[in-house]
Design a protein around this ligand. Sequence first.
Ligand code: SAH
Ligand code: SF4
Ligand code: F3S
Length: 446
Amino acid sequence: MPPSSDPTSSPAATTPSLYLETYGCQMNVADSELITGVMQTRGYRSISDPALADVILLNTCAIREHAEDKVANRVRQLISVRRSDRPVRIGLAGCMAQHHRDRLLDAIPGLDFIVGPDGYRRLPDLLEADQPTAAVQLDRSETYHDIVPVRGEGLRAWLTIMRGCDRFCTFCVVPFVRGRERSLPADVLMNELRHIAEQGYKEVILLGQTVNAYRHDGVDFGELLRRTCEVEGIERVRYTSPHPADFTDSTIEAMTECTKLAPYIHLPLQSGSDRILSDMQRGHTVAEFRALVKRLRSAIPGLALSTDIIVGYPGETQEDFEATSSLMEEVGFDHAFLFKYSPREGTRSFKTPEILSEQEKGRRLERLIAEQLARTLRIHQTLLGSVVEVLVEGSAKRQPQWLAGKDLQYRTVCFEPAGASPGDVVTVLVESVTSHTLSGRQITNA
Ligand code: SAH
Ligand code: SF4
Ligand code: F3S
């Protein structure tokens, strides 16, 4: 449906509208910004009420079964309340669309189209089709390098620097739904970074499933980090997720030398047992992970580390689990994302029988959550009385007269302001802490 060219009618009444909901990781958030870019060039405007939309699109995740169940329920509900007074197209995009490409259109009556992570250029055609249609061809050369994403408000911009994954960890669906690893050209990324700075974003987060494996025409990840830090106007640079086996000296040197690179790394461990790491085909041992943490900590002062852990991977014994628990304590992770193993069709571990009950997986998960909360609180308590540097984002949720932002280690800091406004970098004296937040008062504008 093309936008109306009648200058007398109000744009809200005549331009077609898109309602987009995003699930999953930051790469999906960045893909939703690409989708919005594709749709805007076709005249669509974004709206926040699905009841008013011409196109309803859910950008989905397939990483765990629970993520898929949630979306299936949501899309069925949206289909059930679809208006009948005008044509409304409802579709699923992203990893779950790719994962269940052969059955979704049959399984969910009323679904108009599905589009996988490499099919977003085809969106406008899909909307024209007069029967349920799928665009689920993976394309190892698709990087969307020429599509300008439409980013959300705020100070932080996400920039996808590589797509796909070649690692094939045995539990993981990503290589199957996102296809082969491919990096974007450095000059395309530098142009986009300058554009991001011109738009007023202060912080950029470089994205990829194995982001530190970035390589294009001789530019490696360390070099790309250095170049990113040279972009004027961008004050903080972060990246996620690096793979432990892909860290190079070049990256660690860049982390040491570039002051804009924030001292925080999300370093997924998955398990603290060598036997399980090897079964998962993660490509490193516990000893190698320890050695990497040591190198990173000695090169980067004040480094904060977070991680991902899976509990109950097939064959995980109590001993394996205890090894994970103690390695997490030994490393002293500041934060952890903890998951129960979820078998994913098509992956290598899918058919391996699970010996643990859901209850036992749940108990292991709860224990790691409790241990991590206590650890985070302990780390935060060591910060009482210290001064942290905060990029101010806006009002604090619980105390609207206070401001909030993130410190260099990506901790949430709420503070009593003394002249600060969003976008400023200020120093804050930490006066109280919980396992989620640091609180205090503003000392200076940094
Ligand atoms: N590329 C990142 C991981 C991305 S997926 C890396 O390699 O580290 C994000 C996290 O989801 C993973 O780190 C893992 O902890 C979790 N995850 C992936 N597949 C899973 C599964 N089948 N069941 C449970 N958790 C899973
Ligand atoms: Fe999945 Fe492993 Fe790739 Fe991470 S590195 S996306 S866990 S296959
Ligand atoms: Fe989910 Fe796809 Fe990200 S499976 S975690 S949205 S890459």
